[in-house]
Design a protein around this ligand. Structure first.
Ligand code: HEM
Length: 401
């Protein structure tokens, strides 16, 4: 065996029978080798950072770049030299990133997101109506968890109602783990074309939606976003906000079906419960990628310029120093918002308030209206998404009544 092939692989195997726990080796790594060398699925070697404080330090360090990064470590077909599109907010650094982020973040304030709560409530209720109209069984992923975030993004983008089902079909294909690369590429191209059309129309006929406001603000402050930037930004919101939220809804529902005593807390204190579910499930399961633009030190290790780092969010969120008894779902934790499920630092999730509202509304309304919700298949038969950037369950057959 050569020295190179001895580099251990990025941990991906969860302990048998514990689908909600991160790979078992994380606990050991945090104790013995908190910054260790691993080989990523995309083939490159990286420093794996597993302790909470080190993960936060990595994500706050401006010498550690997101350029071209974020998730390419998980994709064996990734082209590491591909140029970053303007508008791809998650992959930009420095002034380019802050320019875009400043424009977008104004649209995700608590006030703006609270204004969307009524729409989210209507969506949740109408999907529950449709689900309950079925004869006693449904797939909670396809019938509930997936369509809600995608329709919320349609609302944000200002997609006309008549186009929403087409938009939804394509965005479903774009994030689907079962779609072939050709189908994924075709969905990307179709969505890009749909968005370009939409934004051209919005320049002429602005309405009261996020993208119309971004366009008109850009025109009035003399720093407009190009159609290409808007399209890539729209796609970034779609990709970042769709599967993450959908998988969180489905996995949270599964946890709560298995631990029915916890449902009362969700109904009584949804804000607190959702934070703990975000920590416990940490769906961005392979963490986020950065690379060093200069020599830095991380957790006592010397990291050289040009080396990659993986900030393991799911490991950080189980670090016993911060989260005693971290492998347990505990809605009474102090400071429930200290988790890093939404990342940290310059790229911390812009959609986090919206995700919280979607999760609160989806989970409380689901269990209030369907108190007898249960899995309709043995848990062992569920297929979990072990190899995708965002963890989740492929289908969630449920029954009620
Ligand atoms: C439970 C749901 C969600 C989770 C767990 C999640 C997680 C994350 C994480 C970990 C990052 C940081 C990536 C990095 O540092 O490289 C991130 C960034 C981002 N998220 Fe989310 N996200 C969620 C929902 C959403 C929603 C609903 C939206 C918007 C509709 C959204 C839009 C974004 C964007 C645009 C970024 C990039 C921000 C930047 O680079 O400045 N996310 N998200």
């Amino acid at each position: 065996m050569t020295a190179a092939s001895a580099t251990p692989a990025l941990p991906t195997t969860r302990p048998a029978g514990c689908p909600f726990d991160p790979p078992g080796s994380y606990g050991e790594l945090r104790e013995t080798e908190p910054v260790s060398r691993v080989r990523c699925p995309a083939g490159m070697d990286a420093w794996l950072v597993t302790r909470y404080q080190d993960v936060r330090a990595v994500l706050a360090d401006r010498a550690l770049s997101s350029r071209g990064a974020s998730s390419v470590h998980v994709n064996p077909n990734a082209d590491l030299d591909e140029e970053v599109s303007p508008g791809s907010i998650i992959q930009l650094d420095g002034a380019e990133h802050s320019r875009l982020r400043k424009k977008v973040i104004a649209e995700f304030t608590v006030r703006r997101v609270e204004a969307l709560r009524g729409y989210v409530q209507e969506l949740v209720e109408s999907h529950l109506d449709a689900m309950l109209a079925k004869p006693g069984q449904a797939d909670l992923v396809a019938d509930f968890a997936l369509p809600i975030p995608s329709l919320v993004i349609c609302e944000l983008l200002g997609v006309p109602y008549a186009d929403r089902s087409r938009f939804q079909r394509q965005s479903g294909l774009l994030v689907s783990t079962d779609a072939t690369p050709e189908e994924g590429k075709q969905a990307y191209d179709e969505l890009s074309a749909l968005m370009a059309e939409l934004f051209t129309d919005k320049r002429r006929n602005p309405r009261d939606d996020l993208f119309s406001r971004l366009i008109s603000r850009g025109e009035s402050d003399g720093d407009p976003l190009s159609t290409e930037e808007l399209v890539v930004l729209g796609l970034s919101l779609l990709v970042a906000g769709h599967e993450t939220t959908a998988n969180m809804i489905a996995l949270s529902a599964l946890v709560l079906m298995e631990q029915p005593a916890q449902r009362d807390v969700v109904l009584a204190r949804p804000e607190r419960a959702v934070e703990e579910l975000l920590r416990y499930l940490s769906v961005v399961q392979f963490g986020v990628l950065r690379y060093a633009t200069s020599d830095v030190e991380v957790g006592g290790r010397a990291v050289k310029a040009g080396e990659w780092l993986v900030a393991a969010l799911n490991s950080a969120n189980r670090d016993e120093e911060l989260f005693p008894g971290g492998d347990k779902l505990d809605f009474d934790r102090e400071s429930p918002r200290t988790h890093v499920a939404f990342g940290f630092g310059a790229h911390q999730c812009v959609g986090q308030q919206l995700a919280r509202v979607e999760l609160q509304e989806a989970l409380t309304r689901l269990f209030r209206r369907v108190p007898g919700l249960r899995l309709s298949v043995p848990r062992e038969s569920l297929a979990f998404k072990h190899n995708t950037l965002v963890y989740g369950v492929r289908e969630l057959p449920v029954a009620w009544g």
